[in-house]
Design a protein around this ligand. Sequence first.
Ligand code: FAD
Length: 401
Amino acid sequence: MDLRFTPEETAFREEVRTFIRDNLPTDIRDRMRLGHGPRKEDTVRWQRILNKKGWAGMSWPKQWGGPGWSAIQKMIFLEENQVAPAPELSSFNITMIGPVLIQFGTDEQKKRFLPRAANLDDWWCQGFSEPGAGSDLASLKTAAKLEGDHYVVNGQKIWTSTAHHADWCFLLVRTNPTAAKRQEGISFLLVDMKTPGITVRPIISIDGSHHLNEVFFDDVKVPVNMRVHQENKGWDVAKFLLGNERTGIARLGKSKERVKAAKEMAHQVNANGRPLIEDAAFRQRVAQLEVDMQALEITQYRVVSAYDKAEGNGRPDPLSSVLKVKGTELLQATTELAMDVAGPMSMPVWAEELVAMNEPDDMLEAASASTGSYLFLRAASIYGGTNEIQKNILTKAVLGL
Ligand SMILES: Cc1cc2nc3c(=O)[nH]c(=O)nc-3n(C[C@H](O)[C@H](O)[C@H](O)COP(=O)(O)OP(=O)(O)OC[C@H]3O[C@@H](n4cnc5c(N)ncnc54)[C@H](O)[C@@H]3O)c2cc1C
């Protein structure tokens, strides 16, 4: 198999890189270079710039405003965007609800929601997991009862990322509690987060940030025309959505960016009286990570180009579970590297003393941001389907056990 990029793909990478260099607002790039995550306003601002260029709906068909890229082009775009580093597109809008509406939505739903999702006029969140339903999602209990022309929803969701920012939520609910198979009693609803009866309660994660929430539904009325696909067929929609969620799941660009940042910092930090970048053990650790990233990159392009060629089959390659497992292991290892390079500076409590010792301010900011991203990304092997579940998929589908 020839794994070289074609001249067109190389030219495409150059085009993407140049566009990002020329259009990513400097203040956003500077914050992200120091290792901070994007704020809501950063993500909105950047996605609108990309949308104006026609790139925001990167996996959508041209008819709905997509650029018509191949899977390889999508990977190139995602990587260049992460390495820049620029805010990532809202995955809830672009890789989840957009493709779902294109596949299953009514014309009215498509026209109303797709352009607003691409431009981030509506910020979407994902209401799937519940306290008793994560890996075993089909056991979800949040109930929706049809009363006239609307459903009445009662129940609780948890781990709802960015629900506190969200205008809309796509929600899995139980519409038939007595169905023979649990999967056959579930429906997929679009819920306006301003509807009376919705309470969003923050969960503060180990890095001290507010990204996650609990969401409570008390007699929340959802018009029946906000149901996607048929009643009790929501599991088909959810499976389709979770398949799409795997696009770019390895987030290799982010790992590459973290190693680059760690190497830059290692020029400024001393170990045993010499710059850390000259330390043999450190160099070996970086080399191993770079080799692993290259190996994963090749696997990623193999999986993606095979998927491209099998177009029409629509089902995610089970090998994409390898990308999730290895990609998140690397994400965790590379953020750990950045934090280790920062050493004691990665502990914010030391900051004042170090400023007094004339350590450069940017360096301190980058050092303490590295701790936040190290801590938050412990969750990378849990969200999007835990790594244990991915390994189960691999043993069944690939090893045939
Ligand atoms: C940062 C973050 C963001 C998230 N964002 C969202 C969101 O926006 N919307 C949303 O709906 N959900 C979200 N989630 C929830 C996420 O999808 C679930 O946490 C995940 O599916 C695991 O479910 P659980 O937490 O209930 O753990 P459980 O399913 O209870 O798993 C607990 C442990 O048991 C293991 N385990 C479970 N079943 C098996 C099995 N069959 N074989 C082997 N091991 C098993 C798991 O791997 C895990 O280690 C988010 C989670 C995190 C951490």
